[in-house]
Design a protein around this ligand. Structure first.
Ligand code: PEP
Ligand code: MN
Length: 404
């Protein structure tokens, strides 16, 4: 934490979000022993966390493949192209958890035979999504190398327990995607059910979280949650799925780079021989050449600091900034909607837009309020000059509309 900061980071609130304790005395700059940081001290991981899994050439595990197997040709063509991208594991969905019935729900068990062929031809280990004990049995029967549990399954403790029971005593790597809702305990609980069943090769996959309000991302990343996951279970490798976070092939690179900068241990990326024809998640899948180009461009070594405590604290603070900015923008939009209403009202009552007395009153009172919160007079004056100029434009627009 930066020395000289006027606040104290005291711990994590719900959902792993750090809460800031605004000190009444702005000059307090030390972390009191009564308010210890909850983060454990740790040394950065230098080794390949997948070494004992006998998988990947490390240090980062690259998993790629189509959202869904659609036909034997589509799968084999994709797999052949992906070999030259130097990926470590081929991912394929054959049972697809779709939001609505009547949409393509995967080819089912038939696809396992195609996967076996892809594996024989490419020598790539394969990973498949399982959601029921029946899926587990089918995969184990065909020698599938790794399994992953999807977000819609992690969210359900009954399903997770049934899967853990089906996997009891089996030595297979399992990747657990985060649940669709931002609940770290549910995610941790799913992992715990598997480890209690004796599984030792467990990794987690961050694929973002459903959010009610619109956002650039299909699933909001809420980076503080995977970071908190890493802090709580240091021994568990964490992989990022930038495809399902992005929902858009154009955004995949930036999300993947961010994950690497945050010291994630690998990436799971959707790639399809002809993304535009894909039967599921067409918008977010990359063509093999796009994947190859992206993997070349990604900086696998970049980290702003080797110190994971620094990196994670910084990210948590940046997420606070993102949220604060969203609130500022929403408040400004609300203010302008009220301004529009005032504009219409003034126009109807033949009152002039500019009311110098009111403007003077606003400026003085807002500067005063800002000073009380440690915002400089210069800053408040500039800020309100901009807000006022925009307000005048809004009112003018209302007058023009009313006159028209
Ligand atoms: C998938 O990986 O294709 C998938 C369905 O993922 P998620 O569980 O993250 O939605
Ligand atoms: Mn998908």
């Amino acid at each position: 934490m930066r020395v000289g900061s006027p606040w104290i980071l005291t711990g994590l609130g719900s959902g792993g979000k750090p809460y800031l304790n605004f000190s009444r005395n702005r000059h307090v700059t030390t972390i009191s022993s009564k308010q210890p940081l909850r983060y454990p001290r740790m040394t950065p991981q230098k080794t390949n966390p997948f070494e004992s899994w006998n998988i990947g050439s490390g240090p980062k595990l690259i998993i790629a493949g189509p959202c869904s197997a659609e036909s034997e040709d589509q799968l084999l063509d994709t797999a052949r192209e992906l070999v030259s991208c130097n990926i470590d594991v081929l991912r394929v969905g054959i049972w697809k958890p779709r939001t609505k019935p009547g949409t393509f729900a995967g080819v089912g068990e038939e696809g396992l035979a195609w996967l076996v062929r892809a594996k024989q031809e490419t020598a790539l280990p394969v990973i498949v999504e399982v959601a029921t004990p029946g899926h587990v049995d089918a995969c184990l029967g065909q020698g599938i190398d790794l399994l992953w549990i999807g977000a819609r399954t992690t969210v359900n403790p009954f399903s997770m327990q049934a899967l853990a029971d089906a996997l009891r005593g089996v030595d297979i790597p399992v990747l657990v995607k985060n649940p669709i809702n931002p609940d770290i305990d549910l995610w941790l609980g799913a992992v715990e059910r598997l480890s209690r069943a004796g599984l030792q090769k467990i990794a987690v996959v961050h694929r973002g979280f459903s959010a009610a309000n619109e956002n650039v991302y299909r699933n909001r990343p809420y980076w503080t949650i995977p970071i908190e996951m890493k802090l709580r279970r240091l021994e568990i490798p964490i992989i990022c799925d930038p495809s399902h976070i992005s929902g858009d092939s154009q955004l995949v690179f930036a999300v993947a780079q961010k994950a690497l900068d945050l010291l994630f241990d690998g990436l799971m990326i959707e790639a399809h021989i002809a993304p535009e024809t894909a039967l599921s998640d067409a918008r977010q899948q990359l063509a093999p050449d796009q994947l190859a180009e992206m993997l070349k461009r990604l900086d696998f070594k970049r980290a702003h600091s080797d110190d994971i405590e620094f990196t994670t604290t910084l990210e948590q603070l940046r997420e606070q900034i993102d949220l604060a900015d969203e609130m500022i923008i929403a408040a400004l939009a609300k203010r302008m909607r009220i301004v529009d209403e005032i504009g219409r009202y003034k126009q109807k009552n033949h009152v002039a837009i500019l009311q110098p007395e009111r403007w003077k009153e606003i400026l003085t009172s807002r500067i005063e309020a800002g000073l009380k919160r440690n915002l400089s007079e210069r800053f408040m004056r500039e800020l309100y000059r901009c807000i006022h100029a925009e307000s005048i434009l809004h009112q003018e627009a209302q007058f023009e509309d009313g006159d028209a």
